[in-house]
Design a protein around this ligand. Structure first.
Ligand code: BGC
Length: 522
């Protein structure tokens, strides 16, 4: 029925592999675990899976610090497990996307191990090496997302290197053509194995041609507000003039697009990009211009402390203004980096805990009714709550550990999935302990139990997705009307040549309704 490409309307299920399903009793999820749950995902009715990183990595940032892009961390399995995974995913009619991290690698990657040794080795300029100022200080005022300066010292070179995240995640120098060639080989390696697309991690943080390493500006609008981010120095600066979103990044986008286009089967490139306040849509447009990435992953609905109805409307309206008629944008309410939406959205929407499940369903339906693609995060289909009672000694996320207790970091949304209430550890693992604690709160909403329970969010959402697949207005066109509705409503029409579908999300009744209307109906 659809004339669109699969990714222009896909519902993508995000798996955080460490916390999905353990198959070898070490308390850590793995690829064989994912294989054993593929039916659960396919039955939900999604179109594709995106798996967060499972490559070789010392796990300082749980896989977003890669030490070999073309092999699998033994905790997660091996390449033949991956081949099985891709085959079985395709057999079930699902596409498979993986997460590539092009901006930085691990400090244990052989490229960095070589580069840091001296100023004249074969990889000496594969990273950003800069002399100290005469007083020994770093070259400029850039800060790392996770706290502290974006510069660390290497005594052998008597120089600083750049890292936008942890010191264990040195930034690659994308001005170096050999670096680009190596990353091109990574794309080919995984496309050759059959993956359908990449989620490209933090592409706006790619650096190259940074000289003269200008200072960032102070953000004139910064105020010490109630948000956890406000307590972190990184958020006192504007970054798009110097540190982030530099034009050189598009060389990477274009190189990756050329490679994707060499392959059959509509391989998809979705970039995680962000910009300074007010700049996000411009950044998304730049990244998805012809010949660059197919789509960008949008942060606007992921706000750490949640959004009110009018803020959600504002975010969607901005997106429609920039992208109506195209599938160049992907929406998400939850992922592995923010508190779970079922909890986070309660208070800003004025919804009580007893309506949490209804709210979760409403958010899922809203997100998957918008133009473009959408990503739902493991456990959203169950309405899982954020887990805020993890003890300091059990915390793992380095970002949270840096800012505790003002900020708990990302462990709260990364605890292991539970599958069956009556099994030890909820069926996640046969070990007595998991890498993060399993939440008692989640036991009542165990995945396989919910899949068997008629009125569960899982089943309601699954029916919705199956209905959605049959609506031309949702899957054969990416057009939608402007938003309307009172203060507690979001109303819009999805429109195709053969159908107009009025989508109404009522946050007072906590309920969505969909009605086919004829041209001229108001
Ligand atoms: C990922 C994070 C990761 C960061 C650095 C992102 O935006 O989603 O989980 O810590 O990039 O790679």
């Amino acid at each position: 029925m659809s004339s669109l490409k699969w990714w222009e309307h896909a519902v993508i299920y995000q798996i955080y592999p460490r916390s999905f399903q353990d198959s070898n009793s070490d308390g850590i999820g793995d690829l064989n675990g994912i294989i054993s749950r593929l039916k659960y995902i396919a039955d939900l009715g999604v179109d594709a899976i995106w798996i967060s990183p499972f490559f070789m990595s010392p796990q300082h940032d749980f896989g977003y610090d890669v030490s070999n892009y073309c092999d699998i961390n033994p905790e997660y399995g091996n390449l033949s497990d991956f081949d099985q995974l891709i085959e079985k995913t395709h057999e079930l009619g699902l596409r498979l996307m993986i997460d590539i991290v092009p901006a930085h690698c691990s400090y244990l990657h052989p490229w960095f191990e070589e580069s840091r040794k001296s100023k004249d080795n074969s990889k000496s300029d594969w990273f950003h090496w800069v002399d100290p100022k005469p007083d020994g200080c770093p070259p400029n005022n850039w800060l790392s997302f996770f706290g502290g300066p974006a510069w660390s010292w290497e005594p052998r070179r008597q120089q600083y290197y750049l890292h936008n995240f942890l010191p264990e995640q040195p930034n690659l120098n994308h001005a170096n053509q050999e670096v680009q060639e190596e990353l091109n080989n990574v794309a080919r390696f995984w496309f050759d194995r059959g993956v359908d697309g990449f989620r490209l991690d933090a592409v706006h943080t790619i650096n190259g041609d940074c000289e003269p390493y200008k200072d960032n500006l102070a953000d004139p609008n910064f105020t010490l507000g109630p948000l956890p981010q406000d307590k972190q120095p990184f958020f006192r600066q504007l970054h798009d003039v110097a540190q982030l979103n530099q034009p050189v990044i598009q060389k990477f986008s274009e190189a990756y697009r050329r490679i994707a286009d060499e392959y059959e089967g509509d391989r998809f490139l979705m970039g995680e990009v962000n910009g300074d306040e007010g700049n996000a849509m411009t950044v998304s447009k730049t990244f998805s211009e012809p010949g660059r990435l197919h789509a960008t992953y949008n942060f606007d609905l992921l706000e750490w402390t949640g959004l009110s109805v009018s803020e959600i409307k504002g975010a969607i309206a901005n997106a429609i203004e920039a992208f109506n008629g195209s599938g160049r944008l992907c929406f998400a309410f939850s992922n592995h980096d923010v508190p779970r939406s079922a909890s986070r959205q309660l208070s800003p929407l004025g919804i009580t805990l007893d309506k949490q499940d209804d709210l979760q369903l409403l958010l899922l339906q809203l997100e998957t009714s918008l133009i473009g693609s959408s990503c739902i995060y493991q456990g959203e289909e169950l309405g899982l709550s954020d887990v805020t009672n993890i003890q300091f000694g059990e915390m793992k996320d380095p970002w949270g550990l840096n800012f505790y207790p003002e900020f708990l970091g990302r462990d709260t949304c990364r605890t292991p999935m539970v599958w069956e209430k009556n099994k030890p550890m909820g069926g996640f693992t046969l070990a007595n302990e998991a890498w993060l604690p399993i939440s008692e709160l989640h036991m009542e909403k165990a995945g396989l139990d919910m899949a068997k329970s008629e009125g569960s969010i899982y089943n309601k959402f699954s029916s919705f997705l199956k209905w959605r697949r049959k609506q031309p207005a949702m899957i054969s066109s990416n057009k939608m009307s402007e938003l309307s509705g009172g203060p507690s409503e979001i109303i819009f029409d999805r429109e195709s040549e053969t159908q107009i579908l009025r989508c109404k999300f009522d946050f007072g009744l906590v309920k969505a309704t969909f009605e086919e209307v004829t041209h001229g109906t108001s």
